[in-house]
Design a protein around this ligand. Structure first.
Ligand code: SF4
Ligand code: SF4
Length: 169
């Protein structure tokens, strides 16, 4: 399977191992970007990374799994609850003066955010090949017609992604 490497900045500790093993100089720990045009998909960086920060992405993405409307609705409700719970934890963080309560509130904020992200992925919003992602990006263009940064980058993203489903399908 043909693939290219992508780095998760949240996990990268900048120890530069990927830099040393890459045979074509595609990784750059200064700007944290792996050059997709240079990458030959050898996987050496992913194997060397001690933090699990590099993932191999297939060039051809699989078709998104379809879900029943009832499943999509349940996911949406659950995600709304998670956002609500994250906000409650944020409020507790602001109001509490106890060190331990603040730590607990921070942990609750983070865990609810991660769960909301997982649910969003399940719904298709975080899959680069999905119709939901395409609709979301097109919605951003409509929402910010005068924002040059949004227009430039969102249009570039729409051009670079190969969606499996169109809006009409
Ligand atoms: S090897 Fe992993 S942790 Fe180290 S700089 Fe590369 S991506 Fe970051
Ligand atoms: S997969 Fe290979 S070529 Fe691509 S960035 Fe990693 S080490 Fe370099």
């Amino acid at each position: 399977m043909k693939a290219y490497a992508v780095r998760n900045l949240r996990l990268c500790t900048k120890d530069c191992l990927c830099l040393y093993v890459c045979p074509v100089g595609a990784t750059d720990t200064e700007d944290s970007i792996i050059d997709r045009k240079k990458c030959i998909g050898c996987e050496q960086c992913a194997k060397a990374c001690p933090s699990g920060a590099i993932t191999m992405m297939p060039l051809e993405l699989p078709v998104q799994q379809s879900h029943l409307p009832a499943v999509m609705d349940a996911c949406k409700q659950l995600e709304t609850h998670k956002c609500y719970q994250e906000n409650m934890a944020r409020y507790l963080l602001m109001k509490s003066s106890s060190f331990n309560q603040k730590r607990l509130a921070q942990a609750l904020m983070l865990s609810n955010r991660l769960m909301a992200e997982d649910i969003n992925r399940e719904r298709g919003y975080m899959l680069p090949q999905s119709r939901m992602t395409q609709q979301y990006l097109e919605g951003l263009l409509d929402l910010y017609p005068d924002d040059e940064v949004v227009q430039t980058h969102v249009k570039a993203l729409l051009q670079s992604l190969s969606f499996h489903e169109t809006k009409e399908s």
